[in-house]
Every structure is written in structure tokens, then in C-alpha cells.
Design a protein around this ligand. Structure first.
Ligand SMILES: *Cc1c(COP(=O)(O)O)cnc(C)c1O
Length: 367
């Protein structure tokens, strides 16, 4: 076959992004400045229902600074899912706190409230659910566990711009939340992260940590980083922000098409209180067939897919020391069965049809 390869993800970057970067370049001022400030307030208005936002140089920095600003450090245990990108637990570990891994609920791949309850110890101070693939975690059940045990809630919303739970935007539930702006996420600034915060004190702490502990130049108040976003990146992010709502609608339409036409696989269910923004459209297949299906889709049908994530965090060489002997059955099954199909907004109708035909034929061939 000679059809063009369909990539699993594809950032949409065009004339408007180029013009925005040009505008900043021509100004001669490219470090953090007015573009970053405008991006923060526009993001707050359009994504976090007015909650204050602070821009940083990556999503990982956002998690790290948010945790430090919230006072998380050595002696604290923070409960996180293992079925996520390693940045979630890395950020906890980098503060000196201990990431404690808990299992997921199988339908939506997000942290399970019962598993969190079972993992609480007298050192637990916080939980950090991940709105994985763009589906919100169950913030009612998780909020209830947090309230029972007096735990703080932080959100890894890296993949979930504009997702909602009970009509409320993700990123407005926790003391802080982080949105990633990496190129494959639902919107990008090149690299970058946005931290939404629940109060002015956290906002000030994140801003201090972002800039060597300075609010006023050379009056360093705390030990901090250089985690600033540049105006070049913010200019790209502002253009993307103006488009992400329409892109999300297209992702949801693509997902509805797959829901209707895919056969022989488990399509991703959406919880009744949730709006899914389909950062990934993730199906489950027979775990023994998964690798064959992935390679047949690529080799025979030129359809790129992703496996997020093949190795759970608690078994990674870097993080296993935090989880000796831990068994997370739902996490293990998901890691064997998931395949994410291309769902990005630049897919044509013909490509959507090709993906469906390819998956249905490939799965049937193994039956
Ligand atoms: C992308 C991602 C991050 C890290 O964001 P970066 O911008 O790449 O640093 C953290 N958590 C999850 C779940 C992610 O998908």
C-alpha cells in the first residue's frame, strides 16, 4: 500500500503562530514579559474559570514548583497513579517527598478512590490525580477521600485542557493544577506549562520559585529556579489558546465516529459527570494481540498509534525504589492492553475512515 502515514499526533502550527513569534522578535524583548502576562490572564479566563494562572517553562516544572509552593517535601507521602507519564511521580520525588502509587479504575484509567483510601498512611499529606488521556478523574470520590483524611489535592491536568467534571473545569479542584503545553498536547507553546492556583499565596510562591526567589530584582526571598516562560513561547501559546476550543470539538467528533464504527475492541467509556477532551483516544485490545495489532497498523495500513504507557511508573528503574513489592492489578492490565489511535483535529474524513477500516480488519485477522 502507498497511502500516506497517519501520525499518532500532529501539532497544528501556521501563519498566525509565525506572525506572533515575528511580532515578539521585532520588539527586541524576548524573555518573560507582556506576552507571558497576557497568556496567563487569557488562559485563566478561557480554561480555569478565572482561577489565577502562572506560566512556566514546562509542565514538569509546573508540577515541581506547585508542590514546593504548597510546602510538600521530605517526610510527606503523596499518592499518585502509576499509570501515567513519569513526570507525575518525578515531580513528587524531586521535592524530597515520597510518591506512593495507587491503582486506577479500569473504565477511565484514572486514580481509583478506593485504592487511594487503602494507600493512606499517617504520613500522607496529599493526592495528585491525573486526568489521563483528557478524561477527568472522579473528583467527587477523590475529594471525599481527601476530606476524610485531611489531604490536599493537586491535579495533573497535563492532558486535559477544557475537560470538565460536573460542569466544573479541571484545574479548579485542587490547591494547584498543571497544564502541559508540550507540542503533542491539545495545545502548545513549544515547551511550557501553566499552573492554576487556588489562592494568592500559592500564586506568589510559584512566581517566586519560577524566578530565583525574586519578586523585586536582587531581593531574593527564597531559593528558586529559572523556570520562566519566554515571550516567544507565550506568543505561540496565545494563538493556540484561541483555537483549542474548536480543536477540542473536532477531537470529540472524531472520537464519536470511532465509538460508532470500531468493532471488536473496547472503546473508551465516558463517565456521566465528565466531558472528555480526547488528548488520546485509547482502546483496549487482547493483551496477547496488542503488539501484533500495533505493528500491523503501522506496517500494513500506515496508521501510527501510541502505547501510553507500556511500563507502569512503579516498575521503572528510576521509581521502583518507592514501591518495593507493590502489585497494582488494574494498572498492569491496562499497560498490556491499551492502544491510542490518532484522534487529532487535523485528521481528514478519509483518514478517519482509513483508521476504522484498518483497526477493524487487523483485530478481525487475529480472531
Ligand atoms: C506531558 C505530561 C507531563 C509533563 O509535561 P511536560 O510539559 O512535558 O513537562 C506531566 N504529566 C502528564 C500526565 C503528561 O502527559
Amino acid at each position: 500500500m502507498s497511502e500516506a502515514f497517519i501520525p499518532p499526533a500532529k501539532p497544528i502550527l501556521g501563519e498566525e503562530e509565525r506572525a506572533a513569534v515575528d511580532r515578539v522578535l521585532l520588539s527586541g524583548m524576548i524573555a518573560q514579559g507582556p506576552e507571558v502576562a497576557a497568556f496567563e490572564s487569557e488562559f485563566a479566563e478561557q480554561v480555569t474559570q478565572g482561577r489565577t494562572c502562572v506560566a512556566v517553562n514546562s509542565g514538569t516544572s509546573g508540577l515541581h514548583l506547585g508542590l514546593l509552593a504548597a510546602g510538600i517535601g521530605p517526610g510527606d507521602e503523596v499518592i499518585v497513579p502509576s499509570f501515567t507519564f513519569a513526570a507525575t511521580a518525578n515531580a513528587v520525588a524531586l521535592t524530597g517527598a515520597t510518591p506512593v502509587f495507587a491503582d486506577i479504575e479500569p473504565d477511565h484509567f484514572c486514580l481509583a478512590a478506593d485504592a487511594v483510601r487503602a494507600a493512606v498512611t499517617d504520613r500522607t499529606t496529599a493526592i495528585m490525580p491525573v486526568h489521563l488521556y483528557g478524561h477527568p478523574a472522579d473528583m467527587d470520590a477523590l475529594g471525599a477521600v481527601a476530606a476524610e483524611h485531611g489531604l490536599r489535592v493537586f491535579e495533573d491536568a497535563a492532558q486535559a485542557h477544557l475537560a470538565t467534571w460536573q460542569g466544573r473545569a479541571v484545574g479548579t479542584f485542587g490547591d494547584f493544577a498543571m497544564f502541559s503545553l508540550y507540542p503533542t498536547k491539545n495545545m502548545t507553546s513549544g515547551e511550557g506549562g501553566m499552573v492554576s492556583v487556588a489562592n494568592d499565596d500559592l500564586a506568589r510562591q510559584v512566581r517566586l520559585l519560577r524566578n530565583q526567589g525574586m519578586e523585586r530584582q536582587y531581593a531574593n526571598e527564597v531559593v528558586g529556579f529559572n523556570a520562566r516562560m519566554t515571550d516567544l513561547h507565550a506568543a505561540i501559546g496565545r494563538v493556540q489558546l484561541s483555537k483549542v476550543r474548536a480543536w477540542t470539538t473536532t477531537r470529540q467528533r472524531n472520537a464519536a465516529y470511532f465509538d460508532e464504527h470500531l468493532e471488536g475492541v473496547t472503546v473508551p467509556p465516558v463517565a456521566a459527570p465528565a466531558t472528555h477532551v480526547y488528548h488520546q483516544y485509547t482502546i483496549r485490545v487482547d493483551g496477547a494481540e496488542r503488539d501484533r495489532i500495533v505493528s500491523a497498523l503501522r506496517e500494513e495500513h500506515q496508521v501510527g498509534t501510541g502505547v501510553y504507557y507500556p511500563i507502569p511508573n512503579h516498575r521503572l528503574a528510576s521509581l521502583a525504589k518507592f514501591a518495593p513489592g507493590l502489585d497494582l492489578p488494574q494498572t498492569e492490565v491496562a499497560a498490556r492492553e491499551v492502544i491510542s489511535l490518532p484522534v487529532h483535529p487535523s485528521l481528514s474524513e478519509g483518514e478517519l475512515e482509513r483508521i476504522v477500516t484498518a483497526v477493524n480488519a487487523t483485530v478481525r485477522a487475529g480472531a
